[in-house]
Write a protein that binds this ligand. Sequence first.
Ligand SMILES: *Cc1c(COP(=O)(O)O)cnc(C)c1O
Length: 965
Amino acid sequence: MLMSALPTLASLENSTEFHARHIGPDAADEAGMLSVIGAASRRALIDAIVPGSIKRAAGMNLPAALTEAQALAELKTVAAQNQVLKSYIGQGYYDTLTPGVILRNILENPAWYTAYTPYQAEISQGRMEALVNFQTMVTDLTGMAIANASMLDEATAAAEAMTLAARVGKSKSQVFYVADDVLPQTLEVIRTRANPLGFEVRVCNGDEALNNDSFAVLLQYPGVNGEVRDYAEWIAKYKARSNGVVIMAADLLALTLIKAPAELGADIAIGTTQRFGMPLCNGGPHAAYMACKDEYKRNLPGRLVGVSVDVHGNPAYRLALQTREQHIRREKATSNICTAQVLPAVVASMYAVYHGPQGLKRIALRVASFTALLAQGLKALGYGIVNTSAFDTLQVQTEGKTAAIHAKAIAAGLNLRHASATTVGISLDETTTREHLQALLTVFADGQALPAFDAAEKGIATLIPAAVQRTSAYLTHPVFNRYHSETEMLRYLRALADKDLALDRSMIPLGSCTMKLNATSEMIPITWPEFAGVHPFAPRDQLKGYALLNEQLTAWLCQATGYAGISLQPNAGSQGEYAGLLAIKAWHESRGEGHRKICLIPESAHGTNPASAQMVGMSVVVTKCDKEGNIDLGDLKAKCEQHSANLAAIMITYPSTYGVFDTQVKEICALVKSHGGRVYVDGANMNALVGVAAPGEFGGDVSHLNLHKTFCIPHGGGGPGVGPVCVVADLVPYLPAHRSAGYESETAIGAVSAAPLGNAAVLPISWMYVRMMGADGLTAATETAILSANYVAARLADAYDIHFSGNIAGVKGGGVAHECILDIRPLKDATGVGAEDVAKRLIDYGFHAPTLSFPVAGTLMVEPTESESKHELDRFCDAMLAIRAEIAQVAAGTWTATDNPLVNAPHTAESLLKADWAHAYSREVAAYPVASLRRQKYWVPVGRVDNVWGDRNLSCSCPPMSDYE
Ligand SMILES: *Cc1c(COP(=O)(O)O)cnc(C)c1O
């Protein structure tokens, strides 16, 4: 009998290629899309749209793509090069037990990690409730009136507190005092940030700050060596003398036992929430917090979730004081923080919900008991303890045996802190057990018999001084007291997730934000203990896996961008901008041209650009754009000439935030350089470039990438992010160092993040993406992203004005880059229905709105990304066309401008079920404008949220439960 041949092995192997999972449209879809656009092939479309002058000289030199299983196996070998020792290093990072219910249902749950920043309040109620819980947790524990959600890390939070203090303080002094027991990485980041602003940072042990003027002081509570000072009297004296602002960096777990910063007289409290359930992660991502007294609330940087009401009068959350957001403040901005640490903040808040006030206190008491016991044991073994008070940290005199003790500890699998030449630091945490204590004491025992733990069984005396012991209550709100069984907790998390629209339900077509697939295989490694379990200040030879990950990912990203050097340290795009501009500043200074301080920024720029320029001490000069969305070359020439002697840089976004490939970009770069300036290319739009064009080749000197946009790190509901800063060869020496972790460089700018590798633990996501896509896959992704945007533009071109397009003959929609802007203003003028109404009506159709009113007010910016299938793109286009038909009915007079399904959107189930339905359109039209919604429908939990009410009645902590009854 004849057997038919099996397919070739190669063809079978190819079918497991990851790029076909990552890229939504298949070959048949692509053909269909091309025919709607009117292009012969994907390549022909790209050739028509991407200017020939900027195309890459050569392809990217990347290792050949691996399958998901292969890439995981290879990454495992990288991870295995990290050594996971038990950490007693402390210094802002402690081991913690992530409750399983939180690990699986938040950290590993796409309903939480694929969500976008909650700008669209109605579809973000779940995550905003979690963030209000976070804010309440922080205000309760610190005693402050108001807290934000969230800051990037403790060190940058301290730096932001310094600038907040400078804005709100009454002192004219430029001196900023830092207590001598502040965390070293915090001091380093403060120095980086203070320098361009002209602040003088002085480290002191207390007295000096009482005898000299300063605008603010930063205290560490407890200090890095463990001392728990009673600062009440000191703060009173400082304020009487100095008129300065008091900032306290406070440990949240300690605050369950020691007096709140506000009770001691502090004005601002900052710190990390890492030990509330987020693993060590080699330093990040972790949420930091900032809280302050009421007077400062309108100056508080970062995002603030507030309580408001919806149109039906029900309580609803939304981002408060949005006009302060960097999008609006621009060159008047005081902080550039945009992407924050939402997912880690949600984890920390849920850790508090899960344990409740008693549970947290029990954890803290246990840590305090073990610390007291350890002190007793060490003393019994003949060691002196430097600190006279302690919560979780001891500074131990080593009696001349410092090196030997560290060596013995490491041999026993323990890391201690290098506190000084004659002492070591030991910090205990939630995970510490009796066995751990014995292992620690054995290191110090040197053969002596270990002391017994009898005292602890009876209850050992606390090392926390009576005067600082906390008596005030915290976390009394029902939310922290209701969900302590796992069943209750699981259902609470599920109920919150169900309120939100994330990528696990529908596309999120956000221009400039690139909400693409966050593949599960990319996510899996982040909780591997080899990556999640290491301390950022562990000895470098224990972090070889991270060093290799850094080396490989950096090399690949250099290939993708055409740059010579990259630092992965910045933990958001804004921080990459800041680091990049500092590098430019340092370069000018190195040439004796420190006076060059003008930064040109086109009016279309993202708000973080001018904010970052401001923070490095540059002056922003805004340049114009023309009708097509291109930089106005005439205006740019004039400004270059006017500021020639003082020109530091230009910041452009490419393709522009208007979604166009400016054909003159090379000339623009050359022009600025001819006047002595450097070119910063904002890389947020790299999804239109990878494999096709490289900013480092077409004229950029510096770029930041948003790995949380182009390179698949999920948005997390608004963070974490990674914002690598990429530079050309002559700027490589100016990339950020991290001296407190031993990463030295003579010329480098200082640290910009608390940890040397920033949000290190999410880097495996981008590593996996590049490793599984390879050069061809990444290029195909870029081309498909452009194809998909053009398909959407082509399908919607007859119904909506495409605001900026390339006017390319034969391309329906005119030709756009990877996003397109739909101009709703003409419709608004004709009918009263505006972009916001369209955005809210899309919710009824089950979609997250596109980017609303950025970069042009009254428009919607759509970025479909390569990951959405043609089916999903069609569903979205069909919704947009149906909405356009609804607008036509308003235009025709069928519905009035004040009563139609658009202005009343979104429609809650409750509003639809009311007995008195008094609208000009039916309930059916409201709820089921397209038939498929009858089978599958997202029910929005609240009606349209009233932003103005919320800002007038600012409230940013948990509302009383009676509001929900
Ligand atoms: C997202 C974005 C940024 C800022 O990045 P973050 O990570 O949010 O700080 C900067 N520029 C552009 C154009 C962006 O889209």
